[in-house]
Design a protein around this ligand. Structure first.
Ligand code: BG6
Ligand code: MG
Length: 220
């Protein structure tokens, strides 16, 4: 684990987890669904572009893909493109099981619950609640704030401010776990601590960088 800042004096009473790419490997399914849809629409796509979509809403993702693919679509076409991706994505979600949870997530969540830490999911995805239900883990969390609850997606802090409120814990006493640069910015803007995992590591704005999710237990 890398401590990117000096140690904090605030107690951590709440942990807010991003979902896609932090709790469950659905980030790979987002990537696959975008890749297949882009192929069908003859729009360039790559893993580097996919990394820019982490934490970003579906329609903002369309704008990023079109910008980097140097393509323009009408408003109606953009909506069809986004719908086509979401249909593919939802089909892929039906196969999810607990095997798709990221390594050691069940252990870490069980440990945090034993320590009486409040737990939330804070996700930009409108499919987040369905994903938790499909896997059967909704009751692991005290609050779930998803893309249907917010007006502005990450890097806007709204999702994490709402999640801290739902936990009844001040943001400065919450730590957010994120795999998206946009999510790290959102966490810091919300006044929370931020722990970067996966693709968000090396960004420089997180308070902690975790190589393995179990390292969170050394922070909380
Ligand atoms: C975020 C993902 O969790 O949800 C983004 O990191 C995705 O890649 C966003 O675009 C919106 O997801 P959905 O399921 O509402 O299309
Ligand atoms: Mg994510």
């Amino acid at each position: 684990m890398v401590f990117t800042k000096e140690k904090y004096e605030f107690m951590i009473n709440g942990v807010i987890f991003d979902l896609d790419g932090v709790i469950v490997s659905t980030d790979k399914l987002h990537c696959l669904a975008w890749a297949e849809t882009c192929k069908e629409w003859d729009i360039p796509f790559s893993e580097d572009i996919n990394d820019m979509l982490r934490g970003v809403s579906r329609m903002e993702s369309v704008d990023i893909i079109l910008k980097y693919g140097n393509r323009e679509l009408s408003g109606e076409e953009k909506a069809s493109f986004a719908d086509a991706k979401n249909k593919r994505y939802v089909d892929l979600l039906s196969t999810l099981t607990r095997k798709d949870l990221l390594p050691n997530i069940p252990y870490v969540i069980r440990e945090l619950r034993n320590r009486k830490i409040k737990l939330a999911v804070g996700s930009s995805s409108k499919n987040a609640t369905a994903i938790l239900d499909i896997i059967g883990i909704s009751d692991w969390f005290d609050a779930i704030v998803d893309g249907n609850c917010i007006h502005n997606s990450k890097p806007d802090p709204e999702v994490f401010i709402l999640a801290a409120e739902a936990l009844n814990v001040h943001p400065r006493n919450c730590i957010v776990v994120e795999d998206a640069e946009s999510g790290i910015i959102a966490a810091k803007e919300a006044g929370c601590l931020a722990a970067a995992v996966g693709a968000a590591k090396g960004f420089g704005r997180a308070d902690y960088e975790l190589d393995r999710i179990e390292e969170l237990l050394g922070v909380v």
